[in-house]
Design a protein around this ligand. Sequence first.
Ligand code: A3P
Length: 298
Amino acid sequence: ASEKSFTGKKLYNYQGSWYHPNTLQAILNFKKHFQARDSDIILASLPKSGTTWLKALAFAVVHRNKYAANLVSHPLLSDNPHNLVRFLELDLYVKNQRPDLEELPSPRLFATHMPFQTLHESLRDSPCKVVYVCRNVKDVLVSRWHFRSKLVSNYSLEDTVDEFIKGAYSFGPFHDQVLSYWKESLVNSNPVLFMRYEEMIEKPVAQVMRLADFLGCSFTDEEKQAGTVEKILDLCSLGNLSSLEANKTGTSTCGIAHHAFFRKGGVGDWKNHLTDGMARKLDEMIEKKLEGSGLKFE
Ligand code: A3P
């Protein structure tokens, strides 16, 4: 099935999600050629849900011993998180590329906006760990509107709300993707960690420790006493990352200006933008779509 997006480009539906043609081609290319390694870590999300933050945190957590003695040389200080953890379908497998990922040391970190069912086919025989981050739909929507407005003119908030209600936007619909990971995270045999942006904002230390536990690199008592978790959080904070020269200038390998990934952050910015009517429409839609799943957004 195909649909026209608000930018006028055609979107294609594949396994329940909508994609620009180039992205869909990259997904098919990825599925054909990607060779999973048991130790791989995949960071999954819908755009604008905290992907950049999760990339930075997971990278810092997994590689912390390499840079413990000398934080000044930490790659996150000189490179954008999207260059350190690359997207499978927006970056590595675009334009029919067949990247040589064999040389990368384990554990390899990758990112994706694909829903679980599409990703899973490629990882089926591997116990790769998947970390999913989600965020409430109204903040995702407002964040997307700001982000897209910088790239496309005449991208109104009304259009964005219509897009979300209809579900036909890149990687949408929101609820189908969120539910695809939510359901898998409830199955004990599947290594899927379900994280929420709001909980990361509210209890960052606990959430980073949860992430490390899941990734099999728990913080030791000595590290906790030495404030390693807090140091990682400071390094990966919105304030710190957005102030670095590496993130103020340049463009990521998927063609987007680094600074576009950092705006305001936090919870509830939708209240400054959405009308009561828009908020109600979105709440009703999400409530209906998530009914019976056990997943709720405050
Ligand atoms: P806002 O537009 O609400 O400010 P993604 O990385 O998935 O594209 O999501 C971008 C959103 O995450 C933006 O939200 C951005 O400001 C916020 N963000 C980026 N880096 C962050 C960080 N280190 N900590 C918290 N939020 C961050």
